[in-house]
Design a binder for this molecule. Structure first.
Ligand SMILES: CC(C)(C)c1cccc(C(=O)NCC2(NC(=O)c3cccc4nocc34)CCCCC2)c1
Length: 247
């Protein structure tokens, strides 16, 4: 069971996303709990201010310390165990499946979402255990990144994907890119489904799929290939692929 406490000034952004299939079922099964926290509720001034002008001048606004400190203290006081505290940030370590599996072991996770031009540095110094980025592009806020983390981490919690598969054999995750997939019709605009998939020979089909996943990963994301733990059989398949691809 993982409890996610998501701190944002736009918590309503999350409602639709977490009311959809897999995350909704996971919450109903009591496998995850999602606590949406509106930072504005911890702003004590009349206008419930959560941002202010940057010292030193410059464009935009900065998220204020007080509301965020109050929110962190309140959540931490109510939490059963000391929450692991994440700030979604372009300055963070790039998120990946390994990190998702690691975070799925935590009991309580606080995820802070930035807005405006960012947060007051004292928040980063005092309250954050780790900063995570979902990639190198400019975004408007940390909310979409937070949804990505909740989705990927939740899938790694036993029982969320349904009883049959566990985190290792998540159907998509074996460290390689996916193999080509087909469904009916068998021929479309003259393009046929590969015959091997129609043989019913599961050993042959599995070999073909593994080889095509290796081929695709080698050609498109060789960096993932380096990370994947390959078997002797995989190396044999790679030999064939090198020859076929003329590499
Ligand atoms: C990386 C790059 C292009 C060099 C860069 C450099 C400088 C700023 C940004 C940027 O986007 N600032 C805006 C901001 N982004 C994010 O929160 C964010 C962005 C990307 C991945 C993320 N993962 O989690 C959070 C992420 C949202 C508003 C509050 C300040 C942060 C980008």
């Amino acid at each position: 069971m993982v409890t996610f406490h998501i701190l944002s000034i736009f918590p309503e952004m999350f409602v639709g996303v977490f009311q959809e299939s897999i995350l909704k079922r996971a919450q109903e099964k009591g496998l995850i709990k999602i606590n949406l926290v509106n930072i504005r509720n911890y702003a004590t001034d009349k206008h419930r201010t959560t941002d202010d002008y940057p010292y030193g001048g410059g464009p935009g606004m900065i998220m204020k310390v007080e509301p965020i400190f109050r929110a962190f203290y309140d959540i931490t006081a109510k939490a059963k165990t000391k929450p692991h505290r994440i700030f979604m940030s372009p300055q963070g370590k790039t998120f990946n499946q390994k990190k998702a599996i690691e975070l799925a072991e935590k009991k309580e996770i606080i995820i802070l979402c930035g807005r405006y031009e960012g947060i007051d540095e004292r928040i980063r110094e005092e309250l954050i255990d780790e900063e995570i980025s979902i990639g190198d592009y400019v975004l408007t806020g940390g909310e979409l990144p937070a949804m990505v983390v909740v989705d990927a981490v939740s899938r790694m919690i036993p029982g969320v994907l349904g009883d049959e598969s566990s985190k290792e054999d998540d159907s998509f995750y074996c460290g390689l890119l996916g193999y080509p997939q087909y469904t009916r019709p068998r021929e479309f605009q003259g393009k046929k489904v590969p015959d091997v998939l129609l043989t019913g020979n599961h050993a042959l089909i599995e070999r073909w799929r593994r080889k095509e996943a290796l081929r695709r990963t080698l050609l498109r994301r060789p960096d993932l290939l380096v990370e994947a733990d390959l078997t002797e059989e995989d190396y044999k398949l790679l030999e064939e692929i090198y020859n076929e691809e003329g590499i």
